[in-house]
Ligand binder design. Structure first.
Ligand code: SF4
Length: 313
């Protein structure tokens, strides 16, 4: 999808549902209002699959942690802590030695995380060792002894003119002597294939938009470092593309608001479904979505009832 295209919106499609009236007492309750805010991750969820967004944001259904995702968190922790050291001590050996402490830190934030992920301590050790090549790759991509980040794990936030709050966490913000800024994000997976770079850059443009609106200055460079295959994606944004990103984000929020108002959170099957924690409750795979929080039934349940024996009107 072109980066400035309006994302696929879950437009209500009245023709696709039985044209019967539903008992107003049974029908759609307004539901609790939603706070107008978006992060790049949640925006990405909705663009991938509106129903996935619903399960994560509206229902808040917990997901099983995956070893790959948690390893990514541990590596991020090491790369954040690395810059606490004096520059000369930022070596690959030192970074590797920081893995156990980073893993402890990550475990302290979620009860029984190790037990959820691993059958045995040996399995956990092998998994932690698999983070070493990622750190080695990081050191081939850049030399941290020559860097002094201005910020790490920086929480960024701004409110757009229509009240939509944009927020997120930037892995690292560098600032040179001239005051130019560079937004850096680490990815422990592989770089996007040809044609998917724009999708990958959306997250970075989102951060650039937030920083621009919050400070009045467009970041000089956006940099994605892919530790999975030793690739770097760099881009210099300008105001026009950040305005396009702003329009896209607003359109995305309007689509989310429509889905919330109608209760129509449509599944959008793709190859990512193989990794989706919600497949068993997804109608695209024969599952049934739970009723929406604060509402008596999911819209598909109401439609089924209306099309069957439940009296209408
Ligand atoms: S299984 Fe696929 S279609 Fe269903 S919610 Fe997950 S990502 Fe969406």
């Amino acid at each position: 999808m072109p980066d400035d295209a309006v994302p696929a919106a879950p437009e209500p499609q009245p023709d696709a549902v039985p044209t019967v009236s539903v008992d107003p007492a049974q029908a759609w309750e307004a539901g609790p209002p939603i706070v107008p805010s978006l992060s790049p991750s949640r925006a990405g969820d909705f663009m991938t699959c509106p129903l996935l967004y619903r399960f994560r944001v509206v229902d808040r259904i917990p997901e099983k942690p995956s070893p790959a995702a948690v390893r990514g968190t541990v590596v991020h922790q090491v790369l954040e802590d690395l810059f606490d050291l004096p520059a000369a001590e930022r070596t690959v050996e030192r970074a590797t030695s920081m893995l156990p402490a980073a893993w402890e830190q990550v475990q302290s934030e979620e009860v029984d995380l190790a037990a959820q992920l691993f059958e045995s301590p040996v399995e956990a050790q092998e998994w932690l060792a698999s983070a070493v090549p990622l750190l080695e790759t990081y050191f081939r991509l850049e030399n941290p002894t020559t860097l002094e980040p201005a910020e790490r794990e920086l929480r960024v936030e701004t409110t757009l003119d229509d009240g939509l709050v944009l927020r997120g966490f930037v892995d690292r913000l560098d600032r040179n002597a001239a005051g130019d800024t560079r937004v850096v994000d680490y990815k422990t997976g592989k770089s996007p294939g040809e044609g998917y770079e724009q999708k990958a850059l959306f997250q970075m443009r989102f951060y650039a938009l937030v920083l621009w609106r919050a400070t009045g200055v467009v970041p000089r460079q956006l940099q994605l470092l892919y530790l999975g295959d030793e690739q770097a994606l760099r881009h210099s944004p300008d105001e026009d593309e950040l305005l396009a990103t702003e329009r896209k984000v607003k359109a995305l929020w309007a689509a989310i608001q429509r889905a919330h108002d109608t209760g129509e959170w449509r599944p959008s099957p793709s190859r990512l479904c193989d990794w989706c924690d919600h497949k068993s409750r997804c109608p695209a795979f024969g599952g049934t979505s739970p009723p929406l929080p604060g509402r008596s039934a999911a819209p598909e349940a109401l439609r089924t009832a209306a099309a069957g024996t439940t009296p209408a009107g």
